[in-house]
Design a protein around this ligand. Structure first.
Ligand SMILES: N[C@@H](CCC(=O)N[C@@H](CS)C(=O)NCC(=O)O)C(=O)O
Length: 389
């Protein structure tokens, strides 16, 4: 077998709409191509190692993936040398940038997100992956002198100007079913906030237009022409309108591009179902407690959250990495925390270190922080609604 490697690489990868992983759709334009035979493979390895820090894990990773491919003559090679060359580095940069700077390199980069996902389906690669925790520790030590916490997050998140709220003075609905995808929300609604966060996180600000409505004075066209249930959120997409926030989170995950919000790991997927099903119990218990003694009545459900956050060690979120589950809980915990603190002086994070970190980490995610309500307004709104004050 002849193996080619660019000495001076200039490459382009084109993927067609159909099967993105077909090698024939990858176009490599190379300058100074070096033809390599059996021994060339070893030379390739050696050169690669020399080109970076001696013995640095990145090149070792590449070499291992390469070895695994060629140790298995019957495995179809879908990924190109270019993918192999980048994979170990993107893997490490992703983990490290996320951990130290909370920089999600896939946010707003749907193609990169898909590439990482597809790479993770290739055993020859996944078998070589490093332990994220070990990697972070090594990189931190290696860079201990130069790492400083940035003041500005290096996220591609673009802060949008939020559209004004529509009320009953709005007599004309938007041009319905004109091909525009619209997310009907209320800025104060935690259910709507869930879908709004997911839309932001996936970088769909341009694809999904926000239509905020005033819940206390809704435009009449909303119930008559958009969503007869007369609740928010609802999503107008592909000539239909669908509702229910948890269903919509999954709908966005399945029907739109962007960083994935559900991991492939089956045990994490099972746990996500359990946690999503628990949101109702959690919310009802806390809302009901406002009429009684929240300090006594909510201990169990907040402890459930604390225990759940202990389950996976590979990150501060419910499933390790940020997911739909965090989005499902975030708007409610945001409200419960400020209200319980203000009225009952109950700090839900006291004695709950995982919850403390979860809230801290959540507040580093722009897609979420951009949707947050004003704490003072939340407290006033809840006092009026639940305490009649
Ligand atoms: N189960 C629904 C609940 C949605 C819901 O209750 N939304 C409230 C606002 S937070 C609503 O639209 N209520 C109707 C109203 O206020 O007239 C979901 O998860 O989407």
């Amino acid at each position: 077998m002849q193996i080619c490697r660019a000495a001076n690489v200039e490459h382009r990868i084109r993927k067609t709409e159909g099967d993105k992983r077909e090698n024939e759709n990858r176009v490599l334009t190379m300058k100074g191509v070096e033809a390599m035979g059996e021994t060339g493979k070893e030379r390739w390895s050696r050169n690669e190692r020399r080109s970076t820090r001696e013995g640095w894990e990145g090149s070792t990773g590449r070499r291992e993936i390469w070895d695994r491919h060629f140790a298995r003559p019957f495995v179809l090679i879908h990924d190109s040398q270019v993918d192999i060359a980048y994979a170990p580095f993107v893997e490490r940069f992703q983990i490290f940038l996320q951990d130290v700077w909370k920089y999600d390199i896939t946010a707003g980069r749907p193609k990169l997100a898909t590439w990482i996902e597809e790479m993770n389906k290739i055993d020859a690669y996944t078998e070589t992956k490093c332990d994220p925790e070990e990697l972070i520790q090594n990189y931190k030590q290696w860079n201990s002198k130069s790492i400083s916490q940035p003041t500005i997050m290096a996220s591609p998140f673009v802060k949008e100007d939020l559209p004004p709220t529509l009320d009953s003075t709005s007599t004309e609905p938007p041009p319905l079913f004109d091909g525009t995808t619209r997310l009907y929300i209320a800025y104060v609604c935690p259910f709507a906030q869930r879908v709004w966060i997911a839309r932001n996180y996936k970088g769909l600000q341009d694809e999904i237009k926000l239509v905020p409505i005033n819940l206390g004075d809704k435009p009449t066209w909303y119930k008559e022409k958009v969503y007869p249930e007369n609740k928010v959120p609802s999503l107008e997409h592909n000539n239909k309108v669908i509702g229910e926030s948890l269903d919509l989170l999954k709908y966005l995950e399945d029907n739109f591009e962007g960083p994935k919000l559900l991991p492939n790991d089956p045990s994490k997927q099972r746990f996500s179902e359990e946690l999503l099903a628990y949101t109702d119990t959690f919310n009802k218990t806390v809302f009901t407690s406002f009429k009684g003694d929240p300090v006594k009545e909510t201990g169990g459900v907040f402890d459930y959250i604390e225990t759940a956050l202990n389950k996976f060690e590979d990150g501060p979120f419910f499933l390790g990495q940020f997911s739909l589950v965090d989005i499902a809980y975030a708007p409610f915990i945001e409200r419960f925390q400020v209200f319980l603190q203000d009225v009952w002086k109950y700090d839900i994070t006291a004695g709950r270190p995982k919850l403390t970190i979860w809230i801290e980490e959540l507040n580093k995610i722009d897609a979420y922080t951009h949707t947050k309500g004003d704490p003072e307004e939340i407290v006033q709104g809840f006092k009026k609604r639940f305490l009649g004050q």
